[in-house]
Design a binder for this molecule. Structure first.
Ligand code: PEP
Ligand code: MN
Length: 345
């Protein structure tokens, strides 16, 4: 970190700053001081991540504070150039091979889940999705089957031999997710910045992989901060881009593929794109999914329902047979991209 004093700030101010730093545990031996004709710069050697930058910036004689190292360095490719690889039950490796997650938005009945999951599995899905706890805008609409849904998900996993993912909405449901052995715990967009919840998840004793969805209009630094909170307790973190709301009435959300390319180039965690919530429009889902893979994503999560017209939740963005065409195309783009997708220093 470098602290820049205001123009012509004299020795008096420099001494005040040094005292301030000493009070924060940074001794004189860790400082490198450069005095130019106009400006004095104070460099702090070593880890200064615990210093309150804003407090220093607010000092009357300080012009600016510059952070040198990435505040999310544990997630950065600078120190961990290779992709993080997350191995799921059954052997699938997220981050090392194309990951296709398919299944219904919400688990409605045992048969609806099984039929939809079979359709997804036959098309080439590696992971089955199904929501048991649904964060619905209207509390009077279908809220999910709760524990019963997790039971059906467990049965489906056993029937198809594929790992499953489901959204956990509250820390009090942790024992249920453990009981039914949900393979990937999804943190939905609405909980992306729910810090006490993220902390509770990061403290789970035998943690499962967690997929963190970027919340609506959540900034990259907020998203990375949330991911780091989880990562400190459980390094099996997967990121998911699902877009932001838009005033445009055609789309429910707009996918931010800049984020996908940026995250993949600079950070080592796997990134999944959700073109279903990212558009809200069935006809757009395949093309946006392919664009997500082209942008560098490690995989897709797509809502698949055997009868979308009858779906209790998100039928308008759910694929049925179209999913079968999407998977090989996603694979072709993934394979095409792979040689170039090696780490950029
Ligand atoms: C979901 O994937 O089931 C979901 C509710 O999505 P989001 O949190 O992105 O709205
Ligand atoms: Mn949905």
């Amino acid at each position: 970190m470098i602290i820049q004093l205001k123009a012509h700030a004299g020795q008096n101010y420099l001494d005040r700053l040094i005292k301030h730093l000493e009070r924060d545990g940074i001794g004189r031996e860790r400082l490198d001081i450069y005095s130019g004709d106009t400006y004095t710069l104070v460099g702090i050697k070593g880890d200064a991540s615990r210093l309150n930058q804003d407090q220093y910036r607010a000092l009357s004689y300080v012009l600016d504070v510059h952070r040198i190292s990435d505040p999310f360095k544990e997630l950065s490719r600078q120190f961990h150039p290779k992709n993080s690889v997350i191995r799921l039950a059954g052997g699938h490796r997220v981050g090392a091979e194309l990951t296709i997650i398919g299944g219904p938005c919400a688990i409605e009945t045992q048969q609806q889940l099984l039929k939809s999951a079979k359709l997804a599995a036959e098309a080439g899905a590696n992971v089955i999705r199904g929501g048991a706890f649904k964060p619905r805008t209207l509390h009077r609409s279908f809220q999910g089957l709760g524990e019963e849904g997790l039971k059906y998900l467990d049965e489906t996993r056993q029937a198809l031999g594929l790992p499953v993912i489901s959204e956990i909405m509250d820390a009090s449901d942790i024992p249920l997710f453990e009981k039914y052995g949900v393979d990937i715990w999804q943190v939905g967009a609405r909980n992306c910045l729910n810090y006490s919840f993220l902390d509770a998840l990061s403290q789970v004793k035998n943690p499962r992989p967690v997929m963190l969805k970027r919340g609506d209009h959540v900034l990259m630094e907020e998203f990375l901060g949330a991911a780091l909170r989880l990562y400190e307790g459980n390094p099996q973190v997967i990121l998911c881009e699902r877009g932001d709301k838009t005033p445009d009435r055609i789309h429910r959300n707009v996918l931010n593929l800049n984020n996908v390319a940026y995250l993949k180039q600079n950070y080592h965690l796997p990134v999944i794109v959700d073109p279903s919530h990212g558009s809200g429009v069935r006809k757009l889902v395949p093309d946006l999914g392919l664009a997500g893979i082209a942008a560098g994503a490690d995989g897709l999560m797509v809502e698949v329902h055997y009868n979308p017209e009858k779906a209790l939740c998100d039928g308008a963005q759910s694929l049925c047979r179209e999913f079968k065409d999407l998977v090989p195309q996603a694979r072709a783009i993934y394979d095409l991209r792979r040689p170039a997708a090696t780490v950029r220093a």
